[in-house]
Write a protein that binds this ligand. Structure first.
Ligand SMILES: [Zn+2]
Length: 518
């Protein structure tokens, strides 16, 4: 049997982004879309244009700029959804319209409040309408794994007859077991006329931790597209993790008879970018991309590793693009050394980016003797400006300890000159935040704040991620410094710059609420 090609359909920007805490601005989505292109995904689902004005615009921007992958947009089986999605993907080199409707009796009755006949009528008219925008139409039967098999076959047959080229049968609620999920595909493919002419697709959620196992089982049952997300992000327990599917295929290619086009060496970079943008990092033991995924600390393992790497290592960190942590740069390293190190890490910087990062690098080198790769990556991610840096922190001084904490802050902004303020709070970070929001006159409510130390050692850089409601809008920000109060203040200023930028764009995408999804 010949090795099958399996298409990787990435839905990080749609199914992943719609989960709470993952909301991204249009600029951030575009940045991630470029990296997904570099990663080599075949289909990039860019969003759900009917969900909000911002989503519509962001899908259109991605369709216009990212040329290699097929760009897909999601739509319910509603005329307006389909028209908006169709227009949004208009500029794409290759566009796909993805329509979906629930087919399980539970969903038909409780969610849609219609009949099976109504669903059939909507499937027919919607696939037909989608075809007026593109020949590449995907149809998804939401909650397929809990749908009556006879009805599922009727729906799929109709969608194929109306011209859908890809048939996605999701395990929307993460309920199926691998053998059941595979059997469903075998059954449908065997019974439905025209099945041989379309691509079947798997879309699995991880509520029982089986999303990847179910996706692999589906491939064994003839599925030739899997839908997945980077870091496995998504609703509830998330989606099947792209990196796990790709690496299973790489490492076990003898046993799993399929190939895919994703470049494994871009996996870590993509995972990190997504984490920096959302402020949510995978748990340390997360397969492939977690912080400890390649660490061997237990003595017995370490001994084995020293003898021969293969004793405990089934893949090497370099395969997924994890930089080796080596002591590289210091105070006397020049621009060239910095540029070269970034190139080794896989980043070609523009002149402007390099100047920006170099400025921050020298400031950091004053405080920290040895600068490691992790520090460099943090600087780089900080220098990616998602929004113009209209507000800048120019001075910060805090007093805390046995006295009640106070902070003194000076900032520059779109106004002329500097403004300063003093704030108090329960702790030094709270005091700094009070002073900053006072200068800007904005309502700031911090929803979460987390701190990571990037490298070992006493002079480690602290990276702060925060999510805040600024005048009612949810935004994230990050900042890095050897001083955690300063890192926190920078993270807040970053979020405030994004808030100002969002006001300008009058974007509604930042607070878009999704009620539906596959
Ligand atoms: Zn989903």
């Amino acid at each position: 049997m010949a090795t099958a090609d399996v298409l990787i359909f990435d839905t990080t920007l749609r199914d992943g982004e719609q989960a709470p805490g993952n909301s991204l601005s249009p600029e951030e989505k575009l940045r991630l879309a470029r990296q997904l292109d570099a990663l080599g995904v075949d289909i990039l689902e860019a969003g759900f244009p009917a969900a909000s004005e911002g989503d519509y615009r962001s899908v259109r921007e991605i369709a216009a700029e990212v040329r290699r992958p097929v760009v897909a947009a999601l739509a319910r089986c509603h005329d307006r959804d389909i028209d908006l999605a169709g227009e949004a993907i208009g500029p794409a080199e290759r566009a796909r319209l993805h329509v979906f409707i629930s087919t399980s009796d539970l969903h038909i009755r409780e969610k849609l409040r219609v009949t099976r006949d109504d669903v059939l009528a909507l499937v027919g008219s919607s696939v037909r309408r989608a075809r007026t925008y593109t020949d590449d139409v995907e149809f998804s039967a939401e909650d397929a794994s809990r749908t009556d098999p006879d009805f599922l076959c009727r729906v799929v047959e109709l969608a194929i007859a109306e011209g859908a080229r890809t048939i996605n049968l999701p395990d929307t609620v993460g309920y199926a077991l691998p053998n059941e999920y595979a059997a469903m595909f075998r059954d449908v493919r065997e019974r439905v006329p025209g099945s041989g002419g379309v691509v079947f697709s798997a879309h699995c959620h991880d509520d029982l931790g089986l999303a990847v196992a179910n996706s692999l089982a589906a491939i064994g049952a003839g599925v030739r597209q899997v839908e997945c997300t980077v870091n496995g992000i998504g609703e509830r327990a998330g989606n099947a993790a792209l990196e796990e599917i790709v690496m299973a295929c790489q490492v076990r290619h003898g046993a799993l008879d399929f190939r895919c086009n994703v470049h494994p060496a871009e996996i870590y970079r993509t995972s990190q970018l997504l984490s920096y943008l959302t402020g949510v990092f995978p748990q340390p033991n997360k397969a492939i991309v977690g912080r400890n995924a390649f660490a061997h600390e237990a003595g017995i393992h370490q001994h084995g590793m020293l003898q021969n790497g293969l004793t405990y290592e089934i893949m090497r960190p370099e395969m997924v693009g994890i930089p080796r942590s080596t002591l590289v740069l210091g105070k006397h390293s020049g621009r060239h050394a910095l540029e070269r190190r970034f190139r080794d890490l896989g980043y070609d910087l523009t002149e402007t980016q390099l100047s920006d990062v170099y400025r921050q690098f020298t400031a950091l080198a004053d405080r920290k003797r040895e600068i490691l790769d992790e520090d460099l990556l943090a600087l780089l991610h900080e220098s990616f400006h998602d929004a113009p840096e209209e507000y800048q922190l120019t001075h910060l001084r805090v007093v805390c300890g046995s006295v009640s904490p106070t902070a003194e802050v000076r900032m520059t902004g779109p106004w002329v000159g500097e403004r300063s303020s003093r704030g108090t709070g329960d702790g030094p970070i709270a005091a700094a935040f009070t002073a900053i929001s006072d200068i800007l006159g904005r309502q700031v409510e911090v929803l979460s704040l987390s701190l990571r130390s990037l490298t070992p050692g006493r002079d480690s850089v602290g990276q702060v991620f925060l999510q805040a409601k600024i005048d009612g809008k949810s935004l994230s920000g990050n900042g890095a410094s050897t001083d955690i109060v300063e890192a926190s203040a920078r993270a807040l200023v970053h979020a405030l710059n994004k808030a100002r930028h969002a006001d300008r764009l009058e974007s509604s995408s930042l607070n878009s609420v999704y009620l539906w999804g596959v």
